[in-house]
Design a protein around this ligand. Structure first.
Ligand SMILES: Nc1ncnc2c1ncn2[C@@H]1O[C@H](COP(=O)(O)OP(=O)(O)OP(=O)(O)O)[C@@H](O)[C@H]1O
Length: 272
Protein backbone atom coordinates (compact mmCIF):
# COMPACT_ATOMS: atom_id res chain seq x y z
CA UNK A 1 0.00 0.00 0.00
CA UNK A 2 1.15 3.49 -0.69
CA UNK A 3 2.29 5.68 2.14
CA UNK A 4 1.68 9.12 0.75
CA UNK A 5 -0.89 11.30 2.47
CA UNK A 6 -4.42 11.31 1.14
CA UNK A 7 -7.53 12.91 2.61
CA UNK A 8 -9.15 11.09 5.55
CA UNK A 9 -10.70 7.89 4.29
CA UNK A 10 -14.12 8.86 5.61
CA UNK A 11 -14.04 11.66 3.05
CA UNK A 12 -12.24 9.79 0.29
CA UNK A 13 -14.49 6.80 0.61
CA UNK A 14 -17.53 8.91 -0.04
CA UNK A 15 -15.94 10.33 -3.11
CA UNK A 16 -15.86 13.97 -2.12
CA UNK A 17 -12.74 14.07 -4.18
CA UNK A 18 -10.18 16.64 -5.11
CA UNK A 19 -10.63 18.44 -8.41
CA UNK A 20 -9.41 16.72 -11.54
CA UNK A 21 -6.93 18.13 -14.03
CA UNK A 22 -8.30 20.13 -16.92
CA UNK A 23 -8.89 18.21 -20.16
CA UNK A 24 -6.62 18.66 -23.11
CA UNK A 25 -8.14 20.86 -25.80
CA UNK A 26 -10.29 18.73 -28.11
CA UNK A 27 -8.10 19.34 -31.15
CA UNK A 28 -5.13 17.82 -29.34
CA UNK A 29 -6.77 14.41 -29.42
CA UNK A 30 -5.40 11.79 -31.77
CA UNK A 31 -6.30 8.10 -31.95
CA UNK A 32 -2.66 7.30 -32.51
CA UNK A 33 -1.88 8.67 -29.07
CA UNK A 34 -4.65 6.78 -27.38
CA UNK A 35 -3.26 5.18 -24.27
CA UNK A 36 -5.85 4.30 -21.71
CA UNK A 37 -9.54 3.87 -22.39
CA UNK A 38 -12.33 2.46 -20.37
CA UNK A 39 -15.69 2.37 -22.06
CA UNK A 40 -19.07 2.80 -20.45
CA UNK A 41 -22.01 2.20 -22.77
CA UNK A 42 -20.71 3.93 -25.85
CA UNK A 43 -18.47 6.11 -23.76
CA UNK A 44 -14.81 5.40 -23.31
CA UNK A 45 -12.63 6.53 -20.48
CA UNK A 46 -9.24 7.35 -21.75
CA UNK A 47 -5.94 8.33 -20.26
CA UNK A 48 -2.55 8.52 -21.80
CA UNK A 49 1.09 9.03 -21.02
CA UNK A 50 0.58 9.32 -17.29
CA UNK A 51 3.59 10.32 -15.27
CA UNK A 52 3.46 10.82 -11.53
CA UNK A 53 6.13 12.24 -9.30
CA UNK A 54 5.11 12.73 -5.67
CA UNK A 55 5.58 16.30 -4.49
CA UNK A 56 9.04 16.88 -3.04
CA UNK A 57 10.59 13.80 -4.68
CA UNK A 58 13.00 13.51 -7.61
CA UNK A 59 11.90 10.26 -9.21
CA UNK A 60 8.74 9.46 -11.14
CA UNK A 61 6.67 6.72 -9.55
CA UNK A 62 4.75 6.25 -12.81
CA UNK A 63 6.22 6.69 -16.26
CA UNK A 64 4.12 7.06 -19.42
CA UNK A 65 1.50 4.67 -18.16
CA UNK A 66 -0.94 3.81 -20.92
CA UNK A 67 -3.66 1.22 -21.39
CA UNK A 68 -7.14 0.55 -22.77
CA UNK A 69 -10.01 -1.29 -21.12
CA UNK A 70 -13.30 -1.92 -22.98
CA UNK A 71 -16.65 -1.29 -21.33
CA UNK A 72 -18.07 -3.75 -18.82
CA UNK A 73 -14.85 -5.66 -18.90
CA UNK A 74 -12.51 -6.67 -16.15
CA UNK A 75 -8.97 -5.35 -16.12
CA UNK A 76 -6.24 -6.65 -13.83
CA UNK A 77 -2.96 -4.96 -12.97
CA UNK A 78 -0.34 -7.07 -11.28
CA UNK A 79 3.34 -6.63 -10.55
CA UNK A 80 6.04 -6.24 -7.95
CA UNK A 81 5.29 -4.71 -4.59
CA UNK A 82 6.07 -1.01 -4.59
CA UNK A 83 5.93 -0.68 -8.39
CA UNK A 84 3.16 1.93 -8.25
CA UNK A 85 -0.07 -0.01 -8.75
CA UNK A 86 -1.96 1.57 -5.86
CA UNK A 87 -0.73 4.98 -6.89
CA UNK A 88 -2.17 4.46 -10.37
CA UNK A 89 -5.57 3.48 -8.96
CA UNK A 90 -5.58 6.64 -6.87
CA UNK A 91 -4.86 8.75 -9.94
CA UNK A 92 -7.67 7.08 -11.86
CA UNK A 93 -10.05 7.69 -8.96
CA UNK A 94 -9.09 11.36 -8.92
CA UNK A 95 -7.58 11.28 -5.43
CA UNK A 96 -4.42 12.86 -6.73
CA UNK A 97 -3.39 14.52 -9.97
CA UNK A 98 -0.94 13.09 -12.47
CA UNK A 99 2.19 15.17 -12.97
CA UNK A 100 1.45 14.91 -16.68
CA UNK A 101 -0.83 12.92 -18.95
CA UNK A 102 -4.59 12.81 -18.82
CA UNK A 103 -7.53 10.60 -18.00
CA UNK A 104 -10.80 11.41 -19.68
CA UNK A 105 -13.96 10.05 -21.27
CA UNK A 106 -14.27 9.58 -25.00
CA UNK A 107 -17.22 8.47 -27.04
CA UNK A 108 -16.67 6.36 -30.13
CA UNK A 109 -18.96 5.33 -32.94
CA UNK A 110 -19.15 1.71 -34.10
CA UNK A 111 -16.46 2.31 -36.70
CA UNK A 112 -14.08 3.39 -33.92
CA UNK A 113 -13.99 7.10 -34.63
CA UNK A 114 -14.44 9.58 -31.78
CA UNK A 115 -17.90 11.13 -31.83
CA UNK A 116 -17.23 14.08 -29.54
CA UNK A 117 -14.34 15.82 -27.83
CA UNK A 118 -12.97 13.97 -24.80
CA UNK A 119 -14.11 15.12 -21.37
CA UNK A 120 -12.11 14.65 -18.16
CA UNK A 121 -12.89 11.53 -16.18
CA UNK A 122 -14.91 12.84 -13.27
CA UNK A 123 -14.19 11.25 -9.93
CA UNK A 124 -17.95 10.93 -9.53
CA UNK A 125 -17.90 8.22 -12.19
CA UNK A 126 -15.30 6.19 -10.30
CA UNK A 127 -15.69 4.18 -7.11
CA UNK A 128 -12.55 3.07 -5.31
CA UNK A 129 -12.30 0.27 -2.79
CA UNK A 130 -8.99 0.36 -0.95
CA UNK A 131 -7.06 -2.60 0.35
CA UNK A 132 -8.61 -3.71 3.67
CA UNK A 133 -11.51 -1.25 3.31
CA UNK A 134 -13.11 -2.49 6.52
CA UNK A 135 -10.39 -0.71 8.47
CA UNK A 136 -11.97 2.55 7.47
CA UNK A 137 -15.61 1.96 8.33
CA UNK A 138 -16.93 5.06 10.03
CA UNK A 139 -20.50 4.27 11.09
CA UNK A 140 -21.86 2.05 13.82
CA UNK A 141 -24.55 0.50 11.66
CA UNK A 142 -24.81 -0.85 8.11
CA UNK A 143 -27.41 1.71 7.00
CA UNK A 144 -25.30 4.71 7.99
CA UNK A 145 -22.16 3.15 6.55
CA UNK A 146 -23.72 2.73 3.12
CA UNK A 147 -25.64 6.00 3.01
CA UNK A 148 -22.97 8.21 4.57
CA UNK A 149 -22.19 9.98 1.29
CA UNK A 150 -25.80 10.42 0.15
CA UNK A 151 -27.83 13.62 0.69
CA UNK A 152 -28.48 14.23 4.37
CA UNK A 153 -31.84 16.02 4.36
CA UNK A 154 -33.73 12.87 5.15
CA UNK A 155 -36.93 14.78 5.92
CA UNK A 156 -37.34 15.53 2.21
CA UNK A 157 -39.57 12.81 0.71
CA UNK A 158 -37.76 12.74 -2.62
CA UNK A 159 -34.42 12.40 -0.90
CA UNK A 160 -35.80 9.62 1.27
CA UNK A 161 -37.03 7.77 -1.80
CA UNK A 162 -33.70 8.26 -3.54
CA UNK A 163 -31.81 6.90 -0.57
CA UNK A 164 -34.16 3.93 -0.25
CA UNK A 165 -33.88 3.06 -3.95
CA UNK A 166 -30.12 3.34 -4.08
CA UNK A 167 -29.70 1.48 -0.82
CA UNK A 168 -31.82 -1.42 -1.98
CA UNK A 169 -29.98 -1.65 -5.28
CA UNK A 170 -26.56 -1.57 -3.64
CA UNK A 171 -27.50 -4.11 -1.00
CA UNK A 172 -28.98 -6.46 -3.57
CA UNK A 173 -26.02 -6.26 -5.92
CA UNK A 174 -23.56 -7.26 -3.20
CA UNK A 175 -25.82 -9.88 -1.61
CA UNK A 176 -26.19 -8.14 1.73
CA UNK A 177 -29.93 -8.85 1.83
CA UNK A 178 -30.88 -10.40 5.12
CA UNK A 179 -28.28 -8.49 7.09
CA UNK A 180 -30.06 -6.17 9.55
CA UNK A 181 -29.38 -2.55 8.66
CA UNK A 182 -28.79 -1.70 12.30
CA UNK A 183 -26.01 -4.27 12.62
CA UNK A 184 -22.58 -2.94 13.52
CA UNK A 185 -20.33 -3.23 10.43
CA UNK A 186 -17.45 -4.41 12.60
CA UNK A 187 -19.47 -7.43 13.73
CA UNK A 188 -19.82 -8.76 10.16
CA UNK A 189 -17.65 -11.59 8.85
CA UNK A 190 -14.62 -10.74 6.70
CA UNK A 191 -16.44 -11.51 3.46
CA UNK A 192 -19.50 -9.50 4.43
CA UNK A 193 -17.34 -6.54 5.39
CA UNK A 194 -15.96 -6.59 1.84
CA UNK A 195 -19.49 -6.73 0.47
CA UNK A 196 -20.36 -3.74 2.61
CA UNK A 197 -17.32 -1.83 1.35
CA UNK A 198 -18.47 -2.53 -2.20
CA UNK A 199 -22.02 -1.39 -1.37
CA UNK A 200 -20.62 1.89 -0.03
CA UNK A 201 -19.26 2.57 -3.51
CA UNK A 202 -22.13 1.08 -5.52
CA UNK A 203 -24.71 3.25 -3.79
CA UNK A 204 -23.04 6.17 -5.60
CA UNK A 205 -23.68 4.48 -8.98
CA UNK A 206 -20.12 4.52 -10.32
CA UNK A 207 -19.45 3.46 -13.90
CA UNK A 208 -15.92 2.37 -13.17
CA UNK A 209 -15.02 0.48 -10.03
CA UNK A 210 -11.37 0.22 -9.04
CA UNK A 211 -10.30 -2.19 -6.32
CA UNK A 212 -6.97 -2.62 -4.59
CA UNK A 213 -6.29 -6.23 -3.58
CA UNK A 214 -9.97 -7.19 -3.09
CA UNK A 215 -9.14 -10.71 -1.87
CA UNK A 216 -6.38 -9.80 0.58
CA UNK A 217 -6.84 -11.13 4.10
CA UNK A 218 -9.92 -13.27 3.35
CA UNK A 219 -10.35 -17.01 3.92
CA UNK A 220 -10.92 -19.28 0.90
CA UNK A 221 -14.70 -19.20 1.18
CA UNK A 222 -14.90 -15.42 1.39
CA UNK A 223 -12.40 -15.11 -1.49
CA UNK A 224 -14.57 -17.35 -3.66
CA UNK A 225 -17.63 -15.27 -2.72
CA UNK A 226 -15.92 -12.00 -3.63
CA UNK A 227 -14.75 -13.43 -6.98
CA UNK A 228 -18.32 -14.50 -7.74
CA UNK A 229 -19.61 -11.10 -6.74
CA UNK A 230 -17.12 -9.31 -8.98
CA UNK A 231 -18.14 -11.56 -11.86
CA UNK A 232 -21.74 -10.44 -11.41
CA UNK A 233 -20.81 -6.77 -11.03
CA UNK A 234 -18.88 -6.95 -14.30
CA UNK A 235 -22.22 -7.29 -16.11
CA UNK A 236 -23.16 -3.81 -14.92
CA UNK A 237 -19.96 -1.81 -14.81
CA UNK A 238 -16.31 -1.70 -15.75
CA UNK A 239 -13.91 -3.07 -13.15
CA UNK A 240 -10.20 -2.48 -12.76
CA UNK A 241 -8.40 -4.45 -10.08
CA UNK A 242 -4.89 -4.41 -8.66
CA UNK A 243 -4.06 -7.82 -7.27
CA UNK A 244 -1.44 -10.45 -6.65
CA UNK A 245 -4.13 -13.16 -6.73
CA UNK A 246 -3.86 -13.97 -10.40
CA UNK A 247 -5.04 -17.57 -10.23
CA UNK A 248 -8.40 -16.83 -8.63
CA UNK A 249 -9.12 -13.77 -10.73
CA UNK A 250 -7.95 -15.11 -14.11
CA UNK A 251 -11.40 -16.45 -15.12
CA UNK A 252 -12.80 -12.91 -14.86
CA UNK A 253 -9.98 -11.10 -16.61
CA UNK A 254 -10.46 -9.60 -20.05
CA UNK A 255 -7.25 -7.59 -20.11
CA UNK A 256 -4.21 -7.60 -17.88
CA UNK A 257 -1.07 -5.57 -17.41
CA UNK A 258 2.15 -5.91 -15.48
CA UNK A 259 3.52 -2.95 -13.60
CA UNK A 260 7.30 -3.00 -13.43
CA UNK A 261 9.54 -1.14 -11.04
CA UNK A 262 9.94 2.36 -12.35
CA UNK A 263 6.21 2.69 -12.92
CA UNK A 264 6.21 1.10 -16.37
CA UNK A 265 3.05 -0.66 -17.44
CA UNK A 266 2.83 -3.23 -20.21
CA UNK A 267 0.00 -5.42 -21.40
CA UNK A 268 0.54 -9.06 -20.41
CA UNK A 269 -2.23 -11.56 -21.15
CA UNK A 270 -2.56 -14.18 -18.44
CA UNK A 271 -2.28 -17.86 -19.31
CA UNK A 272 -5.78 -19.38 -19.66
N1 LIG B 1 4.37 10.63 -1.88
C1 LIG B 1 5.30 9.68 -1.95
N2 LIG B 1 6.56 9.99 -1.68
C2 LIG B 1 7.53 9.08 -1.73
N3 LIG B 1 7.29 7.78 -2.05
C3 LIG B 1 6.04 7.42 -2.32
C4 LIG B 1 4.99 8.35 -2.29
N4 LIG B 1 3.87 7.69 -2.63
C5 LIG B 1 4.20 6.41 -2.84
N5 LIG B 1 5.49 6.24 -2.64
C6 LIG B 1 6.22 4.98 -2.79
O1 LIG B 1 6.08 4.53 -4.11
C7 LIG B 1 6.05 3.14 -4.18
C8 LIG B 1 4.83 2.67 -4.92
O2 LIG B 1 3.76 2.58 -4.01
P1 LIG B 1 2.40 1.81 -4.37
O3 LIG B 1 1.66 1.61 -3.10
O4 LIG B 1 1.68 2.54 -5.44
O5 LIG B 1 2.96 0.42 -4.92
P2 LIG B 1 2.18 -0.92 -5.16
O6 LIG B 1 2.66 -1.45 -6.46
O7 LIG B 1 0.72 -0.73 -5.03
O8 LIG B 1 2.72 -1.81 -3.98
P3 LIG B 1 1.98 -3.04 -3.22
O9 LIG B 1 1.82 -4.14 -4.23
O10 LIG B 1 2.96 -3.40 -2.13
O11 LIG B 1 0.68 -2.52 -2.68
C9 LIG B 1 6.13 2.65 -2.75
O12 LIG B 1 7.47 2.33 -2.46
C10 LIG B 1 5.67 3.85 -1.95
O13 LIG B 1 6.19 3.87 -0.65
Amino acid sequence: MTSFPIPPYSVVNRRLFVKLPKPNPPNSYSKKNRAFEISCGHSYFEARDIKYRPPGTQINLLNDVSFTLPEKSFGLIFGRSGSGKTTLLQLIAGLTKPTSGSIYVQRYSDDGSPTQPPVPLSSERVGIVFQFPERYFVADNVFDEITFGLPRQKSDLKVKELIARRLERAITSVGLNGIPLDKNPNSLSGGYKRRLALAVQLVQSPELLVLDEPLAGLDWKARADVVKLLKNLKKELTILVVSHDLKELTPLVDKSWRMDVGGLLSEKPLPA
